[in-house]
Design a protein around this ligand. Structure first.
Ligand SMILES: NC(=O)c1ccc[n+]([C@@H]2O[C@H](COP(=O)([O-])OP(=O)(O)OC[C@H]3O[C@@H](n4cnc5c(N)ncnc54)[C@H](O)[C@@H]3O)[C@@H](O)[C@H]2O)c1
Length: 327
């Protein structure tokens, strides 16, 4: 395996690679010190370190490359690997524009290699359970994502909070996981009405820190979505669904309730993975198994594009109800 982008999320990937019994042959970062620090922190024995991504792919020819770089680099880096027949495990979001989506879907179609997108919360048992319940009784619902990302967080990377590199704010970075779960549970929505604002970090970021959206599906199911990075702390995500039977089901990553009765999970507080979701190891192991058996992976470019299309439509909405364009 090889990995590019040795920042905050990279440790989680390296640990998952090692847990799957695989070897990390090379690391790449424009700041080589970060690659060396990552190797040391995760106990890797002398992986080759590169500052040029294409040079790493050519020199090492890994079976799979993990892409953990800023958002605008995902597509050019994925395409460079796919064109060389190297499989790609790409962090979210798959892309930051519709043009990038088209390019990467096309590159995946042309390639002998596969691409997987890191929407690890689809591996959370509570979310799978909720999806099974909703599938037979599609109804309305709502979801909330209230996390804390303050000025210090945004100043920790020049790409953060910029339209050009992050592609947006809370929707495309933090809330994307929950939006993806919602479309996976309710079906791909056709329309969105979105109100976006920068309420708390006006002097720090040029993108939204707060979003309130209504999504509608083909069959008329509606769901509301509220997300902000202005929370006092990170709260667990909350997905609440009213079933046709009248029951109210509420799922968090670690708690599942029906009509207030707790069916699993005692404690809904925590931090880090507790709130973000802890499915990286399951997703990465699953992707590797598909590569080894040469079977198409379910979370491919087309699947990863669905939530990006929703977000790009929300960015265009400006309070108006608009259609979410397909391919
Ligand atoms: N799935 C999740 O739960 C989750 C959680 C956190 C972050 N992420 C995603 O992971 C990605 C990285 O986020 P992060 O928080 O680790 O960011 P980060 O800024 O901490 O790390 C990004 C790294 O990429 C390096 N980099 C930048 N340009 C490069 C280039 N051209 N070549 C090689 N290296 C380059 C930077 O030097 C930095 O070390 C983002 O897409 C983010 O959305 C996903």
């Amino acid at each position: 395996m090889a990995l590019v982008g040795c920042g905050a999320i990279s440790k989680t990937h390296i640990r998952a690679i090692l847990a799957a019994g695989q070897t990390v042959a090379a690391l790449c970062d424009v700041e080589p010190g970060k690659a060396h620090a990552l190797a040391e922190a995760t106990g890797l024995s002398a992986p080759a370190v590169f500052t040029d991504y294409n040079a790493m792919l050519d020199a090492v020819r890994p079976d799979i490359v993990h892409i953990c770089t800023p958002h605008d680099l995902h597509v050019p880096m994925a395409i460079a690997a796919l064109e060389r027949g190297i499989h790609v495990l790409c962090e979210k979001p798959l892309a930051v524009s519709r043009a990038q989506l088209r390019e990467v879907i096309e590159a995946e179609r042309r390639s002998t290699a596969m691409l997987g997108v890191c929407h690890q919360n689809r591996y959370e048992p509570n979310m799978r359970r909720l999806r099974e319940m909703v599938k037979t009784q599609p109804q309305g619902g709502y979801a909330t994502v209230v996390w804390r990302r303050d000025a210090a967080y945004y100043r920790s990377g020049a790409w953060r909070g910029t339209r050009a590199h992050e592609g947006g704010g809370v929707l495309i970075n933090q809330a994307i996981h929950t939006l993806d779960l919602m479309q996976w549970i309710f079906g791909t929505p056709t329309h969105v009405t979105a109100h976006l604002s920068n309420d708390f970090l006006r002097d720090v970021i040029e993108v939204e820190d707060t979003a309130a959206c209504t999504f509608e599906s083909e069959i008329g199911a509606r769901w509301q979505f509220f997300a902000t990075t202005s929370g006092a702390v990170d709260f667990p995500i909350r997905i609440c669904v009213r079933l046709a039977s009248g029951e109210l089901v509420e799922a968090q990553n670690h708690q599942f309730t029906v009509n207030h009765q707790v069916l699993s999970g005692e404690d809904d507080t925590g931090e880090g993975k507790w709130v973000w979701g802890d499915g990286h190891q399951s997703l990465i192991r699953d992707f590797y198994e598909h590569v080894q058996e040469n079977k198409p992976f379910w979370l491919d470019a087309e699947e990863g594009a669905k939530v990006v299309r929703m977000i790009l439509a929300a960015y265009q909405s400006n309070g108006q109800r608009i259609r979410i364009a397909g391919e």
